[in-house]
Structures are given as structure tokens and as C-alpha cells.
Design a protein around this ligand. Structure first.
Ligand SMILES: N[C@@H](CCC(=O)N[C@@H](CS)C(=O)NCC(=O)O)C(=O)O
Length: 201
């Protein structure tokens, strides 16, 4: 299999992290933001939704959307709880990551870190994203104050998914992570899982 992966992106990193934790190797094709490589992948039809990551199966089928890829790779592994309620809760966190968390935590980091997006980073927008991102991080904090993992009593795809952008929310997004001790302990818990790889490894 081949993974079209953006080196600096949390959406691509969460897939690389799951592969590392599963001890699975796939061919990685780097398609950095705003690069000739991503333009080529788009024009070759490798990114059906125009975005990375995309997993290409050995038979050539293409699977876009990071959380769909996590579900595909996680099928039948310990990262997907057997209990239907725990599994649905895991999916709930992953939908929430895409429709709430990513649009604040990841977007603020992108505005601050990608030079070609800086012109979009108005003070008003940054302040709004900061406030809404902190509110989303507080939702995770409330869960993680009382539990080790987001969806179940063991690590699941929800944790890998939300780790993607949360682990660098302070350093890249400018969020005040000192407010979230439960999240910080969870970040350490994930970083000590066997096989763990960081964003740039
Ligand atoms: N919902 C998608 C979002 C993917 C996405 O937004 N990818 C961005 C990087 S994080 C991208 O490929 N941007 C390049 C572009 O739009 O040209 C997922 O989770 O895979």
C-alpha cells in the first residue's frame, strides 16, 4: 500500500502514527502543502477529494479522509473496541474531531505556521479560534480528568485521531496547554505506547 501523506499535517500524521503502532510499513509519498508534489498528486487523480492523506491499496483503489483510513487500518485490531457502545463512542469523538476540533485547533496552527496562509490570520480570526479551540480542548479535558482514554477503557482510534493535532496545540497553535493537565497526561500516555513515532519521525 502507498500513503499520500503531508509531512507537516496532523491529519496525515494520525495515519502514520497508527501504522507505526500497528508495526505496519507502507510506502510513504510526501505531498507537502503548497508543493509541486501535491499538485502532481492532484493532477494525477491520486487525491480524490483534493486533500491528503489518501491510502492507495495494492489493487489501486484510493481511500481518502484520515478518519476513514484509520477505520480501515484499525479493523480487527485492539484499537477498535468490541463493545458496540464503546465503538460508537469512538466514532463520535472522531466525527467531533473533524467537525469541531480540527476547524479550531488545527486551523489556528495552520494560520500561524504556513507562510502562504499568514494573510488570512487576522487578529480577530486568531482570537476567535483561540477561544473556540480552548472550549474544545476543555471538552477533552473533562473526559480525560476522569478517564485515561477518550472512548473506552483502553486506547482506541479516537485517541490516535485526536492526538494528531492536540499534541502540538501549544507549540504550533498557541493554545494555553497549562490549563489542561488531563490532556497533558494523555499526551504522555500516547507517546509511551510501544512503536510510537512523533510528527517528524
Ligand atoms: N477531512 C480531511 C481533511 C484533509 C485536509 O484538510 N488535508 C489538508 C492538509 S491537513 C490538505 O491536503 N491540504 C492541501 C490542499 O488543500 O491543497 C481528512 O481528515 O483527511
Amino acid at each position: 500500500m502507498k500513503l499520500y501523506s503531508m509531512p507537516s499535517s496532523g491529519n496525515s500524521y494520525k495515519v502514520r502514527l497508527l501504522l507505526a503502532l500497528l508495526g505496519r510499513a507502507v510506502e510513504i509519498v510526501d505531498v507537502e502543502d503548497n508543493s509541486a508534489e501535491i499538485q502532481r498528486a492532484k493532477s494525477d487523480g491520486m487525491l480524490p477529494f483534493g486533500k491528503a492523506p489518501v491510502l492507495m491499496l495494492d489493487d489501486g483503489r484510493l481511500l481518502p479522509e484520515s478518519n476513514a483510513i484509520l477505520g480501515f487500518l484499525g479493523e480487527g485490531t485492539a484499537f477498535v473496541p468490541a463493545d458496540p457502545f464503546a465503538r460508537a463512542t469512538m466514532n463520535g469523538w472522531m466525527f467531533w474531531e473533524q467537525n469541531q476540533h480540527e476547524g479550531t485547533v488545527a486551523v489556528r496552527a495552520a494560520l500561524l505556521n504556513y507562510a502562504h496562509r499568514r494573510h488570512l490570520a487576522t487578529p480577530e480570526r486568531l482570537a476567535d479560534l483561540l477561544e473556540r479551540g480552548h472550549a474544545n480542548l476543555q471538552i477533552m479535558e473533562t473526559r480525560l480528568q476522569a478517564h485515561d482514554w477518550l472512548a473506552a477503557d483502553a486506547v482506541s482510534l479516537a485517541d490516535i485521531c485526536l492526538y494528531g493535532y492536540t499534541h502540538s496545540a501549544g507549540s504550533r497553535g498557541g493554545f494555553d496547554m497549562a490549563r489542561f493537565p488531563g490532556i497533558n497526561r494523555w499526551i504522555e500516555r500516547i507517546a509511551s505506547l510501544p512503536g510510537y513515532k512523533g510528527l517528524s519521525e
